[in-house]
Ligand binder design. Structure first.
Ligand code: RAT
Ligand code: ZN
Length: 444
């Protein structure tokens, strides 16, 4: 029997959009990649907590940290260029002075429409502060009245995040010492550990020197004994941290050319890293595309990006079927190619809209492309937050967009005659914000 347009089921799009948004808002998210830490790693802003401020502490929180986020540092030099305020002078300022400078020039003297500026406003608002007050000292006062440990709960509640994944950089001396001094430093169950070791794959000569200094017999041209030592090093740190996966960030020039590739990075990856992970049933996260230090005078704000090589990812997925790869790429131009690759390899999980892609227009485009090619089988977002409260805005902005895309897709299939129940919507939201990642890291 033929069906005419008027026979096809109709839906109230506005009502559907509201319903999906409510469901997304109510679904707890597992933030799968951040640079956040619990108070056990120390915090430069003590608040009302029991412990004193630790200037080198790793838990960053509060309005001064929010305002000096490196995304905003880069933006303030657009409006107060280095010929007016030299980079070195900015870096010599105290954190509070830098925050004052950014607040003055990006928020008071201009309209804060960039995504990073808007993020500060959403965050203040969702924490119950009024952005219209424009009262920086008042905000400071409010933050210093919080106990950092309780504040973590409040922020997780406000952002709908049920678990925060850390980035535990074993080559960072500050962090490394904290793990060695206190074996329980990472035991806060709200935070999941992840072992990060960029120098192993990006700068083997210096990684080898470090490993030797730490008592592992590493050689510049890795011998079978040297490889065994890298594996021992990884095992020690996997045991120490209890990492749920491992991660590296790689330059756009990263290549993996197959099983006979003799580049040192490929040898270390193929013979030390991947077998260790396969043995322990752990996934490997590859974050590819960052050009470090495009403008080194901007320090951490000075990195750029270029297109990565997706065929290297396909080769890895082919050559290592017993390994699982979570992949995020920094260039917009790579996104379609990566989604197509994920259709070919079930050991590949595309995740997040990373860093320069974490803007509404691009999140929407990427989420549509992924959903059209992969259905609901991907992890649409991570926050990459460096400052605790950033998870509030990053998740609120992203949830809104994911809901919009999902509602459009539901409307399309409803028009095609397929009913979508509220239970279906809840299941999909849970897959996207939580379970796809959880199942992938668990190897299910
Ligand atoms: O997003 C960021 O804050 C970057 O500076 C990087 O940390 C990046 O996310 C990374 O993990 O290397
Ligand atoms: Zn990151």
């Amino acid at each position: 029997m033929s069906t005419t347009i008027s026979d096809t089921p109709r839906c109230d799009r506005a009502q559907l959009a509201r319903q999906v948004e409510e469901i997304l808002d109510a679904t707890p998210a597992w933030d799968l990649h951040t640079h956040l830490y619990p108070a056990s790693f120390g915090t430069p802003l003590a608040g009302t907590g029991a412990s004193a401020a630790d200037p080198k502490g790793l838990m960053l929180w509060g309005i001064d940290e929010l305002l000096t986020y490196h995304y905003l540092v880069a933006e303030v030099f657009r409006v107060v260029p280095s010929r007016v305020l030299p980079y070195a002078d900015f870096w010599r300022m105290s954190k509070q002075q830098q925050a004052d400078h950014i607040w003055q020039h990006l928020f008071l003297e201009r309209t804060p429409v960039s995504e990073a500026c808007r993020g500060v406003l959403t965050t203040l608002q969702r924490l119950g502060l009024d952005p219209a007050d424009k009262d920086l000292d008042g905000y400071r006062k409010w933050f210093t009245q919080q106990d950092p440990n309780d504040h973590v709960d409040r922020v997780m509640q406000a952002s709908g995040v049920c678990r925060i994944t850390m980035t535990n950089d074993v080559f960072d001396d500050n962090e490394r010492q904290r793990w060695l001094t206190d074996p329980a430093v990472g035991s806060d169950s709200r935070f999941a550990p992840v072992l990060r070791f960029d120098p192993l794959l990006c700068d083997w000569p210096s990684a080898a020197r470090q490993l030797s200094a730490w008592g592992y017999r590493a050689d510049e041209n890795p011998s079978p004994e040297g490889i065994a030592e890298v594996r021992r090093f990884l095992s020690d740190w996997l045991d120490r941290t209890g990492a749920i996966y491992c991660a590296v960030s790689l330059p756009p020039t990263f290549r993996y050319n197959g099983l006979d590739d003799t580049q040192v990075s490929s040898v270390i990856f193929r013979e030390a890293v991947l077998p260790t992970l396969a043995e322990r049933n752990l996934a490997m996260a590859l974050m590819i595309g960052v050009l470090r230090g495009v403008n080194p005078r901007l320090s951490i704000a000075g990195d750029g990006l270029e297109k990565a090589d997706v065929s290297s990812i396909c080769r890895l997925c082919t050559d290592f079927p017993d390994n699982r790869f979570m992949v995020t790429l920094l260039s917009r131009e790579n996104q379609h190619e990566l989604a197509v690759a994920a259709r070919k390899f079930d050991n590949l999980l595309p995740f997040g809209c990373w860093w320069f892609l974490n803007n509404p227009s691009i999140i929407e485009e990427m989420t549509r492309v992924r959903m059209e090619l992969l259905g609901t089988s991907f992890a649409p977002q991570h926050s990459d937050a460096r400052v605790l409260e950033q998870i509030v805005y990053k998740w609120s902005h992203s949830r809104e967009i994911i809901a919009k895309v999902l509602a459009d897709k539901y409307a399309d299939i409803i028009r095609a005659g397929w009913p979508v129940s509220e239970d279906d919507m809840r299941r999909d939201a849970k897959l996207l914000l939580h379970d796809n990642f959880q199942n992938f890291v668990a190897g299910r």
